[in-house]
Design a protein around this ligand. Structure first.
Ligand code: AP5
Length: 184
């Protein structure tokens, strides 16, 4: 199974991805985690993206596409994966499809975790990540609406979109995702 989790900061992508990772035994690949690990390890990539991530801006498409292209071609990703936080722009979505065409794979479902804006802010401000400060968070939410929500049409048009109410307790969200996947 090849799944994409789409949602704003604090929508619960990581929370639900962790559960699906266990239930489906497919690698959980979080673009945010890959970037945060590079930042923590102070690699050249980490040094380059650190100020961008700290400000809540999107890392440029070319960097993200190369990073995910490498990751998706690693041996553990051959039988399936769960992408958390990628793609996040129309260009990333198109490039992902180009890559998947090349390696004869396809996205099964894009899962949209729909959570009201004020709840996204409330959940994220309860954490202590450096990019969870109010200014960066505000910018991440603006970018969600400007750059990421438009890609839902891309998957909806292909009948690959599952819309899930993410404003429920985590167990209820997980149950809705399981039911939506089972119903397809
Ligand atoms: P990323 O790490 O992907 O951050 P994000 O999308 O802002 O998502 P979060 O990790 O904040 O939230 P989440 O949805 O995973 O929620 P979680 O489950 O943790 O990206 C960070 C940065 O990297 C970006 O800003 C950008 O700069 C860069 N980047 C990443 N990908 C990129 C890309 N493709 N292109 C360009 N740049 C990119 O939950 C959050 C909190 O809510 C937790 O405390 C949790 O316990 C709680 N919670 C979760 N679900 C529930 C629930 N149902 N009810 C109550 N509380 C809940």
């Amino acid at each position: 199974m090849r799944l994409i989790m789409v949602g704003g900061p604090g929508a619960g992508k990581g929370t639900q991805a962790q559960r699906l990772n266990k239930a489906l035994a497919i690698p959980w690949i979080s673009s945010g985690d890959l970037l945060h690990r590079a930042i923590d390890a102070n690699t050249p990539l980490g040094q380059r993206v650190a100020p961008v991530v700290a400000a809540g801006e999107l890392v440029e498409d070319a960097t993200m596409i190369e990073l995910m292209r490498d990751r998706l071609q690693q041996p553990d990703a051959r039988q399936g994966w769960l992408l958390d936080g990628y793609p996040r722009t129309a260009f990333q979505a198109e490039e992902l499809d180009f890559l998947l065409d090349e390696i004869q794979q396809k996205v099964d479902w894009a899962i949209w975790l729909d959570v009201p804006k004020d709840i996204l802010i409330e959940r994220s401000l309860h954490r202590s990540r450096s990019d969870d400060n109010p200014d960066a968070l505000q910018r991440r939410i603006e970018l969600l609406y400007e750059r990421t929500i438009p890609i839902l049409d891309y998957y909806d048009y292909r009948q690959r979109l599952l819309k899930i109410d993410g404003y429920q307790p985590p167990d209820a969200v997980a149950a809705d995702i399981r039911a939506a996947l089972a119903g397809q």
